[in-house]
Design a protein around this ligand. Structure first.
Ligand SMILES: Nc1ncnc2c1ncn2[C@@H]1O[C@H](COP(=O)(O)OP(=O)(O)O)[C@@H](O)[C@H]1O
Ligand SMILES: [Mg+2]
Length: 133
């Protein structure tokens, strides 16, 4: 989509940039207060996973509408190794990287919608959406 905001992600500094761009766009969409922090936190988690598990990838951000309500769509995609067991990866406490294993399930709770499409050896795309109240 032409008015996507795109943040290339390959280092911790890019995670911060994605977080800040997400916060900015969420504010433009009409979110305020703790919602901005919630959205920024979810973006941080999927961006950090890109750096940690796929080395590099990108975050796409856009404003969208559901039944007239504005919201934000976040797409995190990479061409990394993929997730062998997605069911497990979405459970609290499952980590192959010595982490807390709360990133994906946490992001799912913070956002209204979270979908993962992943293919071994091909990569992973996480799509998250949140709508204003
Ligand atoms: N982009 C990704 N590419 C490959 N594997 C991933 C990716 N994101 C998450 N994973 C897998 O899903 C698991 C759970 O992720 P997450 O909930 O963020 O926990 P953590 O990062 O603490 O391990 C990771 O340990 C990893 O195995
Ligand atoms: Mg993680």
């Amino acid at each position: 989509m032409s008015d996507d905001v795109r943040v290339a992600v390959a280092a911790e500094s890019d995670v911060l940039a994605a977080r800040q761009e997400g916060r900015r766009l969420a504010a433009a969409a009409g979110f305020s207060g703790s919602d901005l922090t919630i959205i920024a936190t979810a973006i941080s988690e999927v961006a950090r996973n890109i750096v940690h598990y796929a080395t590099r990838g990108e975050i796409l951000l856009r404003v969208a509408h559901l039944d007239g309500r504005p919201g934000i769509v976040v797409v995190a995609r990479d061409e990394g190794p993929g997730i062998p067991d997605l069911e497990q990866a979405l459970q609290d406490g499952y980590s192959t990287g010595g982490g807390l294993g709360l990133g994906l399930p946490g992001a799912r709770r913070l956002m209204d919608e979270l979908e993962v499409v992943t293919e071994l050896g091909r990569g992973t795309t996480v799509t998250m959406r949140k709508w204003t109240a």
